[in-house]
Design a protein around this ligand. Structure first.
Ligand code: ADP
Ligand code: ASP
Ligand code: MG
Length: 422
């Protein structure tokens, strides 16, 4: 089998842990597999580097940020290659550029466009374990780019797709994908399997156990992904195609995202074309806008609020300030202490009353809802970030997610039987 193994920041957080990772890689090889390894920076390193830049400038140049934050992964690839060699496994470290990870030009949030992987194939053919730096690539001009926070997951799945690997193992600091973050809700339940669709929704709503784009890649190229712990041998969670055995719960997971900020434009002239100007300007700056709310207009004026990733908030405000002046907007406010809490579930499509239950249980805890957005299979509320943990626990309890659902395979069989009888 060809397996891509990815180890996250905590798993390579100390030299002892790096030695532990080397043992795992050696074991997979001893079992007769070909292995490609992808690693993140040591835990806390990427944040430390970002902090250094912010000590110098509030709005550092994005190209320079990539040059800076891509260094964390260079440290771990070299250390792991040394650890592997030390334990008798031939290994060689590679940067994103060396394995031909080509991206678009959006610094700090680039998308992979192509992977040549020549050196990887060479290395595998020689029996040498390639150790690849996650999170990084190069653009057309050969400048270093990074793939957005948590981007090493995407490097791993994209390499698995490019090499047609049999499996992509994501090793992290929890035993798999749970009904919610097990570090916040200790009785969260581990899922043995989850569909690409549901995982995509959970990831995009903040379940940072997998980066959203890694799930997009996995779904597009049908890469089986397994999420498991690097600290034990528990089974983990398989992310795969939907099947009849999978749970079809009304609500199957609760997620939160503290990495959002709210921008409010006060006193915006209410006339055609204004929203398109505001959001067109942000799009040109590659700022990804999530929720948008516009109030009822009074006296030809309205307020518009929207959320953006925290890291882009100041840039968004700065970008809009000139435009706001031209348009006669009264004020731009930035609120950073917000969180988005969401419930996810494919079964929501056919159930009513789920939103009401969510809102009333938050209200019962005295949690005010600032913004709401819904889709077929999720409901999200923006709240004050200090209530995040309380809201997540409350929703996990109210929707009884720690309970093992009734045997789905029985339901699945019944469904198949019904179809057959038609
Ligand atoms: P790594 O450094 O290995 O990439 P991350 O910190 O990016 O690890 O992701 C793992 C973390 O994801 C866990 O420690 C956990 O706190 C968080 N998490 C959030 N939601 C979930 C969930 N539904 N299931 C599992 N972990 C989750
Ligand atoms: N080191 C990067 C980050 O902290 C990428 C990753 O860990 O996946 O976001
Ligand atoms: Mg991660």
């Amino acid at each position: 089998m060809l397996i891509v193994q990815k180890f996250g920041g905590t798993s390579v957080g100390t030299t002892d842990r790096i030695k532990n990772v080397a043992r795992r890689v050696a074991q997979a090889r001893a079992e007769g597999n070909d292995v490609v390894v992808v690693v993140s920076a040591m835990s806390g390193e990427t944040d430390r580097l970002i902090g250094l830049a912010h000590q110098i400038s509030p709005l550092p140049d994005q190209r320079e940020m990539d040059m800076l934050i891509s260094t964390g992964e260079r440290v771990t690839i070299a250390l792991l290659a040394i650890a592997l060699q030390e334990s008798g496994v031939a290994a060689r470290s590679f940067t994103g550029r060396q394995v031909g990870i080509l991206t678009d030009a959006v610094h700090t949030n680039a998308r992979i466009e192509q992977i040549t992987a020549e050196r990887l194939k060479e290395s595998l053919a020689e029996g040498v374990v390639p150790v690849v730096a996650g999170f990084q690539g190069i653009n057309q001009r050969s400048d270093v780019t990074t793939l957005g926070r948590g981007g090493s997951d995407t490097t791993a799945v994209a390499l698995a797709a490019a090499l047609k690997a049999d499996l992509c193992d994501i090793y992290t600091d929890v035993d798999g994908v749970y009904t919610t973050d097990p570090n916040i809700v200790p009785n969260a339940r581990k899922l043995s399997k989850i569909s690409y669709e549901e995982m995509l929704e959970m990831a995009s709503l903040g379940a940072k156990v997998l980066q959203t784009r890694s799930v997009e890649f996995a779904m597009k190229y049908q890469v089986p992904v397994r999420v498991r712990s690097s600290f034990n041998d528990h089974e983990g969670t398989l992310v795969t195609k939907e099947d009849l055995e999978m749970e079809q719960e009304v609500v199957s997971g609760v997620t939160y995202d503290k990495n959002q900020a709210k921008v409010t434009l006060l006193g915006v002239p209410d006339r055609p074309g204004i929203a398109s100007k505001i959001f067109g300007t942000l799009a040109r700056e590659n700022v990804v806008v999530d929720m948008i709310i516009q109030n009822v207009s009074q006296g030809g004026m309205t307020d518009i609020s929207f959320t953006v990733p925290k890291g882009d908030a100041r840039r968004a405000k700065e970008t809009l300030s000139k435009l706001a002046e031209e348009m006669g907007v009264q004020d731009i406010q930035l609120t950073e202490n917000i969180a988005k809490v969401s419930i996810v579930g494919v079964g929501m499509r056919s159930h009513s009353g789920v939103a009401a239950k969510m809102f009333s249980s938050l209200a019962a805890e005295g949690i005010n809802i600032m913004m709401i957005s819904t889709s077929e299979i999720k409901i999200s509320c923006v709240i004050d970030s200090k209530y995040t943990e309380l809201a997540v626990r409350t929703l996990h309890d109210v929707f009884e997610l720690s309970k093992t659902p009734p045997q789905k395979s029985e339901k699945g069989k019944a469904k198949t039987a019904r179809r057959a009888s038609k």
